[in-house]
Structures are given as structure tokens and as C-alpha cells.
Ligand binder design. Structure first.
Ligand SMILES: [Fe+2]
Length: 389
């Protein structure tokens, strides 16, 4: 194995899991020293028992609620949230929901700390290979997250917010990662199975893309391989028995692992495309991920075979290197079918005429910077999209 020098950052995230974790919320929050929390969530969790339990346990520590989160969030939504947060003089956030809820809280957190308008804090990517991360230096407020999907977004220092032009702006600051993540069984108990399945494919994609990313390292490799094992074990079990508690707990751990992987190794062309499908066509991030993953793996196969062979081993389908890598791709196609997630972009409501625009959009996404295979022309992305359509 070739060893390259690497940097590795561990965010200050504490994860608590298990049946007692929700009961531990008051003491855990007390330890963080926060007393004026803004509760951030969207419509889907509005009437849930989970939300009621969080309110119940945090009581007067919650000084306001911002319940307007929509998928992919928006610059306007974050800007209005920041006005509310300022007026309430909050000292922390609690997000209940999927990646869009924690990303909205992180976006508000950026505005409170850095001021100005949200878009000016976004990282920029100039194709084919110039990436300009935006350094956000000011201290950030603590975020407490109760994730109801398997994206692992709350673990990461990154976030994506859609702008008015249908482009996903991407931000990064290690101080934005949640300080506390609660993974109680209640968190997934009220989430519809298709959302669990598709967002878990997003989590699996984090592990697989992290494994072949140009910024991978021995630590992220270890996290990714255990994540792949857990996703690959839990998902078929859940397809057979929708409330299998152990499989759900495995998915929560796997999602956290995926979040840790991309916190350092980052993501590639697969995520670049999924960001654009979401921001431009409103395809949910989980569904986009569920469809595109094996196609993106096949796209990178010729340069990333040794890496995909590791994924194959973690999925229990080993062989010689090239054969194993191909088997990893086939295993993800088989997993799609086994757990009943969409397998083609046409099944995700994507119109074929939109693919050219998505290919052009993808050329502007920083995921191409981390992808193992250089992508110089939108034509290449278009061919990949056509395959998946
Ligand atoms: Fe993702």
C-alpha cells in the first residue's frame, strides 16, 4: 500500500446512542452550557412524537422555533432564520430532521458569526481543477442534532444551500459540525421506509466516494470500510423486516461513519451530480444518491479499481482486483433492487431534456476536484447521466 502524507481533522462531535439517549438530552445539553436554543425543523417532523419529546425534555431551554425547513433549504430561508435567531439572542441550535434541517441551522450559524450575505461565504470551484475553499474563522454556536434520516449530514463541517438560480452553494467550517448528535431509536421510528432507504444510499455513497476520493487517507478508509459493512448488512435486513431495531441502529452508526468519512476525504463526481439534480430539479438528495451511485462507481472504475476492490471486500464479494471492483458495482446495483429504491433517473422524475443542463451545472461543483478521474468536459458527465437515465 502506498502511503501519502495527509491532514486529518476531528470535529468536536459527541455522539450518544441507544434507548436511553433521548432521556440523557437534558444532562448532555447542560454539559454544553447552552440555555437559549433555537429549534430548527421542517414540516415532515412537525407532528411527530420525537419532536414532542425533544420539546418536553429541553423545556424553557428552547426559546424559539423555526419550523420552515424545506428540502435543500434556501438562501432566503437561512437569511430569515438568522433574523429570528438574532432577535432571540440564541446561544445554540437544536435541529430535528434530515440534512436540510441541520444544514439550515449551520447556515444560520454562519450568518450569526460572520455577518454579511450567505452567498459570500460559499466555497468556489473553477473547472476543471481549481478549488477555493472559503475560510470561515469566527467562533460558531453549538449545534445539537437529532437526525431522522441516514445522511449523516449533522456530523459534517459542510452544508449545501440552494440559491435562487437553482444552484447548490457549498460551505465548510470545522466549527459547524454538531457538538452533540443523539441517535436514539426514536429518531428513525417515525421516518417512512423509502426515506430511510434512499438516505441510507446517500450514506453508503459517502463511504464509497470517500474510499476513492483524491483526499482519502488511512483513517477515513477505516471508517468507510466499516460504514460499508454496516450499510450492506442492515439494508437488506430492513427490506425484509421494516422495524428491525438492530438493523436501524446499525444504519444510524453507519450514517455517522459516512459523515466522518466525508468530513475529511470529501466526495466526488457522484455527489457533484446529486447536488445539481437536487438544486436544479428538486430531486431529493437521497433519491438522487440511490439512483446514481453504481453508475458513478462504474464511471470511476478504470482509475479506482483498487479502491472499489476494498469496497467489494467489505460487501463480501471479493475476487481479483479488477473483478472485485466490478463486483462492487454489481453489488450496489443488486442492493438497489433488493431494497426497492429507484434505479433510473427517469424513475426519479427526471426529464431527459434536463440532462444537458445538469451536466453543465455539474462542471461547476467542487466534487470534481476530489474525484479520482479528471473530468474536463460536460460531455463526459452527460454520457454518465444518459447511462443512469
Ligand atoms: Fe450526500
Amino acid at each position: 500500500m502506498k502511503m501519502n502524507p495527509f491532514d486529518y481533522t476531528m470535529p468536536l462531535t459527541r455522539i450518544v446512542s441507544g434507548p436511553e439517549s433521548l432521556n440523557r438530552l437534558p444532562t448532555e445539553v447542560q454539559a454544553l452550557g447552552v440555555t437559549r436554543l433555537l429549534l430548527v425543523h421542517g414540516q415532515r417532523v412537525a407532528g411527530t412524537q420525537l419532536l414532542a419529546s425533544v420539546r418536553d425534555r429541553l423545556g424553557p431551554r428552547i426559546v424559539g422555533t423555526y419550523a420552515e425547513v424545506i428540502p435543500h433549504s434556501s438562501v432566503d430561508l437561512v437569511t430569515r432564520g438568522a433574523e429570528l435567531a438574532r432577535s432571540l439572542r440564541i446561544d445554540g441550535f437544536v435541529s430535528v430532521g434530515g440534512g436540510s434541517s441541520s444544514d439550515t441551522a449551520k447556515g444560520i450559524n454562519i450568518l450569526l458569526a460572520e455577518g454579511g450575505a450567505l452567498p459570500e461565504h460559499a466555497s468556489t470551484f473553477v473547472p476543471p481543477d481549481k478549488f477555493y475553499p472559503k475560510e470561515l474563522s469566527r467562533p460558531k454556536l453549538p449545534l445539537i442534532a437529532l437526525p431522522t434520516t441516514c445522511s449523516g449530514a449533522e456530523i459534517t463541517p459542510g452544508l449545501g444551500i440552494r440559491n435562487e438560480q437553482g444552484v447548490k452553494l457549498l460551505f465548510w467550517d470545522v466549527k459547524l459540525a454538531s457538538r452533540l448528535v443523539v441517535l436514539g431509536p426514536e429518531c428513525l421510528a417515525e421516518t417512512p421506509l423509502p426515506i430511510i432507504m434512499t438516505t441510507a444510499m446517500n450514506g453508503l455513497a459517502h463511504c464509497i466516494e470517500g474510499l476513492y476520493s483524491r483526499q482519502r487517507n488511512p483513517i477515513s478508509d477505516a471508517l468507510a470500510l466499516q460504514g460499508i459493512r454496516l450499510f450492506n448488512t442492515a439494508l437488506p435486513r430492513l427490506a425484509d423486516r421494516h422495524d428491525d431495531p438492530e438493523a436501524l441502529a446499525m444504519l444510524q452508526a453507519a450514517s455517522a461513519l459516512g459523515g466522518m468519512v466525508i468530513s475529511n476525504a470529501r466526495v466526488g463526481i457522484h455527489h457533484a451530480i446529486c447536488h445539481c439534480l437536487g438544486a436544479r430539479l428538486n430531486v431529493s438528495h437521497g433519491v438522487a444518491n440511490a439512483v446514481m451511485l453504481p453508475y458513478a462507481m462504474r464511471f470511476n472504475l478504470d482509475v479506482a479499481a483498487p479502491r472499489l476492490a476494498l469496497a467489494a471486500e467489505a460487501m463480501g464479494v471479493a475476487g481479483n482486483e479488477q473483478a472485485a471492483a466490478e463486483k462492487a458495482v454489481e453489488a450496489v446495483f443488486a442492493l438497489q433492487a433488493r431494497i426497492g429504491v429507484p434505479q433510473r433517473l427517469r424513475d426519479a422524475g427526471v426529464d431527459r431534456t434536463a440532462l444537458q443542463q445538469i451536466a453543465r451545472d455539474t462542471m461547476q461543483d467542487r466534487g470534481l476536484y476530489f474525484n479520482p478521474k479528471p473530468v474536463a468536459h460536460a460531455e463526459v458527465v452527460l454520457r454518465l447521466l444518459e447511462e443512469a437515465w
